[in-house]
Design a protein around this ligand. Structure first.
Ligand code: ADP
Ligand code: MG
Length: 341
């Protein structure tokens, strides 16, 4: 038996879960999944490269956790319900301990959400490269896109911003004793907002998940929707650790909540008449959400604008006096979001 076959049988086959009648998982040339009437499939893919997306010494359990979580976050940002996933791994060698722990990490979200591993590919290569594709489902036409934000929409984010970026900073500084802190946990073990994303179908006009930083990702909504976004610094939800950091760093500390990546929160826009509905829905789900700003008309100078206080951008819809109210977000940032190349 080939080593590749052994590896699949031993580490990945156990991650398949019972499928519906007529479906087919690992073992043939392809997987077969049932499609439902009046539903559409949403397909997402994310890759993690050793040395690029995580340092070599990262706990393989955390790598598995994050690989599934970031894909679930993409599905959530579309409003989709996760259904199954496939996995392509390129490994320089077979390390049993690493693989066992990685597989356990994959199961962290796959088991509670009942999403089976239905196939993949396994190859040898010089560097570890992990690619996961996930399939989700939405009622036909109810996917939540980047392009449908409207002038006057309130801008929301879930959870809090900047913690993962602070965690990354600490890890890169080789700080001791930070492994169990909130920022480093947020970096290594992101929590995808799966239920919130689905609950916003038919409510949010537009949505994105924050992987590259708020300004960069909200900027994508602006571009796709031909709007500007006005956010209040005082409304950005931040953890205690990030607040402490800003206390010391001063105004430039706001780079963390504005531009640091890896938070995997949802950023979405909502028509004014649905504001209350979102607040009560979030409360029902136990998912904290915050209003951080408002969508305005397209602005030639900048897509995303920052005001000191949320109340300053509340009336921004008309853009009168805009320059007196806000500052282009770039003024706060040395680097808006993660640059891939
Ligand atoms: P083929 O040669 O037809 O591409 P493979 O030998 O690569 O088939 O894979 C055999 C089966 O194992 C297929 O069903 C494939 O989807 C599955 N598989 C391969 N690698 C993985 C993996 N890393 N995780 C899950 N399933 C896998
Ligand atoms: Mg193959």
């Amino acid at each position: 038996m080939s080593e590749e076959f052994n590896l699949i049988e031993q580490y990945f086959k156990p991650l398949s879960q019972p499928l519906n009648e007529g479906e087919l998982g690992i073992g043939d040339d392809g997987a077969i999944v049932e499609t439902q009437p009046a539903k559409q499939l949403v397909v997402v893919t994310d890759t993690m490269v050793e040395g690029v997306h995580y340092p070599k010494q990262t706990d393989p359990y955390d790598i598995g956790w994050k690989l599934v979580a970031v894909n679930l976050s993409d599905l959530a940002a579309m409003g989709a319900e996760p259904k199954s996933y496939s996995l392509a791994v390129t490994l320089p060698s077979v390390n049993a301990e690493w693989l066992e722990s990685f597989a356990l990490g994959l199961q962290r979200w796959a088991i509670p959400l009942s999403i089976p591993l239905i196939g993949g590919d396994t190859t040898k290569g010089q560097q570890t490269v992990l690619t996961l594709s996930a399939i989700g489902e939405i009622p036909t036409g109810l996917g939540i896109l980047r392009k449908n934000a409207k002038v006057g929409d309130w801008i929301f984010v879930s959870g809090s911003l900047g913690s993962a970026g602070l965690g990354l900073k600490w890890v890169l500084e080789d700080r001791e004793g930070v492994a169990d802190t909130e920022p480093v946990q947020r970096l290594n073990r992101p929590v995808p907002k799966v239920a919130l994303g689905q609950a916003l179908r038919g409510i949010a006009n537009s949505m994105i998940d924050i992987s590259d930083g708020l300004v960069a990702d909200l900027g994508h909504i602006c571009t796709a929707s031909n709007c500007s976004a006005w956010i209040g610094l005082d409304a950005l939800p931040i953890s205690e650790a990030v607040a402490d950091y800003i206390d010391v760093a001063g105004e430039q500390g706001y780079q963390l909540p504005l531009a640091a990546g890896d938070d995997y929160e949802l950023c979405f826009t909502v028509s004014p008449e649905k504001l209350e509905e979102v607040l009560s829905l979030a409360q029902q789900l136990g998912e904290p959400v915050s209003v951080i700003g408002r969508m305005g008309q397209p602005h030639a100078r900048s897509a995303v604008w920052v005001c000191e206080r949320l109340e300053q951008c509340e009336g921004i819809v008309s853009l009168e006096h805009s320059n007196a109210i806000g500052t282009p977000a770039s003024a706060y940032l040395t680097k808006a979001g993660y640059q891939h190349f």
